[in-house]
Design a protein around this ligand. Structure first.
Ligand code: PRP
Ligand code: GLN
Ligand code: MG
Length: 532
């Protein structure tokens, strides 16, 4: 997953970089692999700093000072990347050998193309027709693609469409035409920000609205500043108001003098990703008019009903314990409804990031232990109900259950605010391989056995949906593909198979990567790993 942001300040002499940096820090929970900022200065020149690592590691004060200009875009990445890499081998054998969603420096965003006009681009999501796009760009548009990232493809489709207007200077109409072309050509989930040199910033969202993006305004003596962000919390924290979601299929262009909005394609099926509410987004964000915090309270409420249903009269739970951080809100509400004590039995090391979004199973496993410690005080001699927001690979739950037992728990029940995850995600979340999902081919009992719990209790999908729909009845459907395998954009078995084989942990760690060094260094890092 990724966090994207863009900012344009009314005062042309002001600097956008610090606020973009702070925005990315706030979006850090969406991606920990890489980060980047590009600003645009007085002569329409771009200034870039990007590299692998957390936001605080990529940028220092000097970098931020060197990022001059009053407008810019930023990106914090979890490198999911799609892999038209097999195609790469066929068409352009000299490009890198498949790195299959690598954490390569070269795939850190924003991406840049100099022609036409100079464009930089940041993307959250994943395209499922990347191979066709790559082929089109290579064979028809004659554009060189230098990485395995689908975001580079999106940028080049945009650039190609802008090129087709054949104008010396473009205007908003030309940009809308180019983005309409993207909607027609690119299939998948994508929320995007772009900046055109000397022109302004742009935000748009795929026609199903799968990935989130919103914008807000801030008045000051020089005029109005505007900012785009994946989540409203950034805008909130930076003093922006009138925070509005970009509609599915809508594009917004903001220059120093005007904001222009256009619904480019009619949203036939608005299906925001439900996993944003389960796990990804910060609780203090509001996405598509749904408070993430309140949706999690609702999830806790419904989960409590499931606990009663599953445990029946024999309910012998002594205490409810959340798995920090994400499940806290729901666990608290469940404890309130069940009239059972809520205790913070696991203490989280605040300096360790999120584990699910780390690349590689070994790293994820080690980090659960580094991150969480069980307090015997809360477990010893008790029947505990551990609540988590979701069980994906089961990495966290397996470790946690063992830790609870080691700390003296009598019985360990494990409840998940989301239903079993049995299908890969194709819209930007790193769940590519069915085989890696603990619920794949397992029923509740065998999942409980696999994670070592006495009982596992899952939320029903209808209840999860109700938790979000209640807060915005206007949204009729959500993307729930990881739970039910229904992909709103359609997806071929061939694509899913390709995803499975190229993006599982084994493939990601393949030695083949050695044949194609990760750091290309072309238009890229501000010094190695972003450090000068
Ligand atoms: O079954 P798994 O593959 O382990 O994935 C699920 C776990 O990963 C996430 O936690 P994470 O540590 O990423 O973030 P958090 O601190 O926000 O809960 C999520 O909240 C679950 O705890
Ligand atoms: N997680 C994401 O949103 C990934 C964005 C994009 N597909 C990339 O690989 O860089
Ligand atoms: Mg967690």
């Amino acid at each position: 997953m990724c966090g994207i942001t863009a900012l344009i300040l009314a005062d042309s002499n002001a600097s956008a970089s610090l606020e973009l940096f702070e925005g990315l820090q706030i979006l850090q929970h969406r991606g920990q692999d890489a980060a980047g900022i590009v600003t645009c200065g007085h002569k329409g020149r771009f200034y870039q700093c990007k590299g692998n690592g957390m936001v605080r590691d990529v940028f220092n004060q000097e970098h931020l000072q060197n990022l001059v200009g009053s407008l810019g875009i930023g990106h914090a990445t979890n490198l999911v990347g799609d892999n038209f890499s097999i195609l790469n081998e066929c068409l352009t054998p000299l490009v890198r050998y498949p790195t299959a969603g690598s954490s390569s420096n070269s795939e850190a965003q924003p991406f840049y193309v100099n022609s036409p006009y100079g464009i930089v681009f940041g993307h959250n999501g994943n395209l499922i027709n990347a191979r066709d796009l790559k082929s089109f760009l290579d064979l028809k548009a004659h554009r060189h693609i230098n990485t395995d990232s689908d975001s580079e493809l999106l940028l080049n489709i945009f650039a190609n469409n802008l090129q087709a207007t054949d104008k010396f200077r473009i205007n908003e109409e030309d940009i809308f035409t180019a983005i309409k072309g993207i909607f027609e050509q690119c299939i998948g989930g994508y929320a995007c920000v772009a900046m055109i040199a000397g022109f302004g910033i742009i935000g748009f969202r795929d026609s199903n609205g799968i990935r989130p993006i919103c914008y807000g305004k801030r008045e000051n003596t020089k005029g109005t500043d505007y900012m785009f962000s994946s989540e409203s919390v950034v805008l909130d924290a930076s003093g922006f108001s009138e925070i509005t979601d970009i509609n599915p299929g809508e594009a917004i262009i903001i220059t120093k003098t005007a904001i222009t909005k256009r619904q480019l394609v009619e949203p036939i099926n608005f299906t925001p990703c439900i996993f944003e509410f389960v796990y990804f987004a910060r609780p203090d964000s509001v996405i598509d008019k749904i408070s993430v915090y309140r949706s999690r309270l609702e999830m806790g409420e419904h989960l409590a009903d499931q606990v009663v249903k599953k445990c029946g009269k024999n309910m012998d739970i002594d205490v409810i314990i959340p798995v920090p951080d994400t499940s806290r809100v729901a666990a608290l509400q469940a404890s309130y409804k069940l009239k059972l004590p809520y205790r913070e039995g696991f203490i989280k090391n605040r300096y360790v990031g999120r584990t699910f979004i780390m690349p590689g199973q070994q790293m994820r496993k080690q980090n659960v232990r580094r991150k969480l410690n069980a307090m015997a005080l809360e477990f010893s001699g008790k029947n505990v109900l551990i609540v988590d927001d979701s069980i994906v690979r089961g990495t966290t739950s397996k470790e946690i259950v063992q830790m609870a037992r080691d700390a003296g728990a009598k019985k360990v029940y494990f409840a998940s605010c989301a239903p079993p995850i049995r299908y890969p995600n194709v819209y930007g979340i790193d769940m590519p391989s069915r085989q890696e999902l603990v619920a794949y081919n397992r029923d509740d009992d065998s999942i409980a056995k696999e994670i070592g719990a006495d009982i596992v209790i899952y939320q029903e999908l209808d209840d999860l949906l109700a938790s979000c729909k209640k807060l915005n009845p206007g949204i009729k459907t959500f993307d729930c593909s990881v739970f039910n395998g229904n992909y709103i954009t359609g997806v071929t078995t061939e694509y899913l198979d390709h995803l499975e084989s190229s993006r599982n942990d084994l493939a990601k760690n393949s030695n083949d990567r050695l044949h194609s060094p990760d750091t290309i260094g072309l238009h890229n890092n501000f010094g190695y790993n972003g450090r000068s």
